[in-house]
Write a protein that binds this ligand. Structure first.
Ligand code: SF4
Length: 235
């Protein structure tokens, strides 16, 4: 699917048999692990929403690697001219050779169905299906991060955990810069002037790549990784 984690040309990833994590859906509904569990009537809606979600998700992602040309404590210059200002990135990711930019989405079918349910006042199912969509796109982003990790290890490189514009102090307006590195169009995602993506169940993110990249998170990432057959698993 991805021949090299250093691919300079955009690679479309579409053959993903996504498994939506049911615990993640409940988390979006406000349930905490080990806390209060959903009542039987909620469980029924939850089962229906999961079934609909499985049918409606159309996972797709586009990926591209770009060389890092300069690094600072809070910035990365990539592709010879794009400066990304990400707080503490020097300490968090260490020495990098490249970054990988990703735009992924579960498509528009699920959110159309949520709108339909909303219009027909089937509100509990609409809200639950929306949570299924949020969980699905999170699972897809994790899947792509894990996939990049696995491809990189074969090339004796390491891939850091992901960071997205709007999170961890990275200004959301830099979404545009990420888009310059890897436009979302091949995955069917567009960006508007306010930096919102359509379909809304989409995530863009960046990872660091390098032989000496910091990957202290591997132990936690390996524990929940989607690459079940990975020979490099640490936990
Ligand atoms: S099991 Fe660990 S090393 Fe293997 S791909 Fe997953 S995160 Fe990377």
């Amino acid at each position: 699917m991805i021949a090299s984690v250093l691919s300079p040309a955009p690679v479309v990833i579409s053959d993903v048999s996504l498994q939506i994590d049911p615990d993640e859906v409940l988390r979006f509904q406000g349930y905490k692990k080990g806390g209060e569990q959903p009542a039987p009537e909620v469980r029924e809606i939850y089962a229906r929403a999961l079934e609909e979600g499985d049918r409606l998700v159309e996972p797709r992602a586009v990926y591209r690697a770009v060389p890092v040309t300069a690094r600072g404590p809070d910035s990365l210059t990539v592709g010879g001219g794009v400066e990304l200002r990400i707080p503490e990135i020097g300490r968090l990711w260490g020495t990098l050779e490249s970054v990988g930019a990703v735009v992924c989405t579960i498509g528009a079918a699920l959110e159309s169905r949520v709108r339909e349910l909303w219009d027909s006042r089937e509100l509990p199912l609409a809200v639950m299906l929306d949570s299924v969509g949020s969980a699905a796109v999170e699972c897809l982003a994790e899947y792509v991060n894990d996939l990049l990790c696995q491809v990189a290890l074969v090339e004796r490189l390491k891939v850091t955990n992901r960071v997205s514009p709007g999170y961890a102090g990275w200004d959301v307006s830099e979404q545009r810069l990420l888009w310059r590195l890897c436009p979302g169009d091949p995955a069917g995602v567009i960006l508007n002037r306010a930096c919102f993506m359509t379909p809304t169940k989409s995530i863009s993110f960046l990872v660091g790549i390098g032989a000496e990249a910091r990957v202290d998170h591997y132990f936690t990432q390996c524990r929940r990784c989607w690459m079940k057959a990975c020979a490099y698993r640490r936990a």
